[in-house]
Design a protein around this ligand. Structure first.
Ligand SMILES: *Cc1c(COP(=O)(O)O)cnc(C)c1O
Length: 374
């Protein structure tokens, strides 16, 4: 396998097939070499405006408050939880894996009233669980992960969205591993707060978290009684930089912003339906190929996330040995299991520019060789 990279810093470029970062398209890498301008330069404001317009298309929303935050997906998570919760506010968190747990950890730094509903890792949250919890006691925010990267489950959201709104809550969705890879119509589902990360299905290097805030959530921002605990992630202050006021808040990550714009242009050029179909088809190719190698998948077909596949490590095979050899002998990165699934699972990401048939065939070929020789 050959890659046309500048190898000054990296002697062995990798094929990135883990849960992120994903491969970055050469067009996006080239955009990052654009001369740096100031964060208050009118030319940069034009880039911010186009980015916002394209982000609205990708989130499938008309939300005014739609922009990128400096920081990775977890900054998006922290902003989403900090801005819509005040000390003592009730939040209900759906926990079906590692990233649901992270939401609990972050929310509990703001409010003492954190409740949770749990699903066994590998299964989605059932709408009836949310309904039961809210019937007992409403919550200001209900938070849920769309694509749970630790398990490979894609969480259905339509019924849960309806329930959350019926009980007067805000629906907060983590789409870090799914946005631009799996259909997520923010406005049609009535999602109030949604964030993602740059380095997964958008195929931008890590370091930015796009976020969108709906009108109901915007109202909550306006009526807060206390200041947001984080000055850096205070969405109202950040909006003053992204909106017409153009008030300096922080120095935007200029080169990453170039990359984001170019990547968003590529998403829209491809078209969302075609992009979702590509991710689905490439995942299907992987699933069939893995079955052909007698490997079992962790998640039943109906609940599977196209952008991240969880594979059971076969009996008698050492997880780490295979992953080390994939990396050292084939320059392929995949990931292992998190938490209780450590050593039991491989996690294969097919996100954005990584989601191509030739990458699937490369991985399957390498796995075939390594498992045969084992
Ligand atoms: C990767 C990921 C995150 C965290 O993103 P970072 O960029 O690592 O901070 C959050 N949620 C989900 C579902 C993810 O896959």
């Amino acid at each position: 396998m050959s890659h046309a990279y500048n190898a000054d810093l990296i002697s062995a470029p990798r094929l990135l097939l883990g849960p992120g970062p994903s491969m970055v398209h050469p067009r996006v890498l080239r955009a990052m070499a654009t001369p740096v301008v100031g964060h208050m330069d009118p030319q940069f404001f034009a880039i911010m405006d186009e980015t916002q317009a394209l982000l609205r298309q990708v989130f499938q929303t008309e939300n005014r408050l739609t922009f990128t935050l400096p920081g990775t997906g977890s900054a998006g998570m922290e902003a989403a939880l900090f801005n819509f919760l005040e000390p003592g506010d009730p939040i209900l968190i759906c926990v079906a894996g590692f990233f649901g747990e992270r939401m609990v950890e972050i929310a509990s730094r703001v409010t003492s009233d954190v409740r949770r509903v749990d699903a066994t890792w590998g299964q989605p949250i059932r709408p009836s669980q949310v309904e039961e919890a809210l019937r007992t006691r409403p919550a200001r925010v209900v938070a849920i992960v769309h694509g749970e990267t630790s398990t490979g489950v894609c969480q259905p959201l339509a019924e849960i969205a309806e329930i959350v709104h019926r009980y007067g809550g805000l629906l907060l969705v983590d789409s870090v591993a799914s946005l631009a890879g799996v259909d997520l119509p923010v406005d049609r589902l009535g999602i109030d707060i949604c964030y993602t990360g740059s380095q997964k299905c958008l195929s931008v290097p890590p370091g930015m978290a796009p976020i969108t805030i709906g009108p109901r959530a915007e109202e909550v921002l306006k009526t807060r009684k206390t200041k947001v605990q984080s000055w850096y992630l205070d969405l109202t202050l950040i909006q003053k930089y992204w909106g017409t006021e153009r008030v300096y808040h922080h120095t935007g990550p200029i080169s990453l912003q170039y990359a984001m714009l170019e990547a968003l242009r590529m998403v829209v050029e491809e078209g969302l339906p075609a992009r979702f179909a590509r991710h689905a088809a490439v995942a299907q190719l992987l699933w069939e190929g893995l079955a052909g190698l007698d490997l079992r998948l962790f998640v039943p077909a109906a609940d599977r996330l196209a952008t991240l596949t969880t594979v059971m490590v076969p009996e008698g095979v050492d997880d780490l040995t295979i992953r080390r050899r994939l990396l050292e002998e084939y320059n392929i990165e995949i990931a292992g299991g998190l938490g209780a699934l450590r050593g039991k699972l491989w996690r294969v990401g097919l996100m954005g520019y990584s989601a191509r048939p030739e990458n699937v065939m490369t991985l399957l070929g390498a796995l075939d060789r390594l498992l045969h020789a084992h």
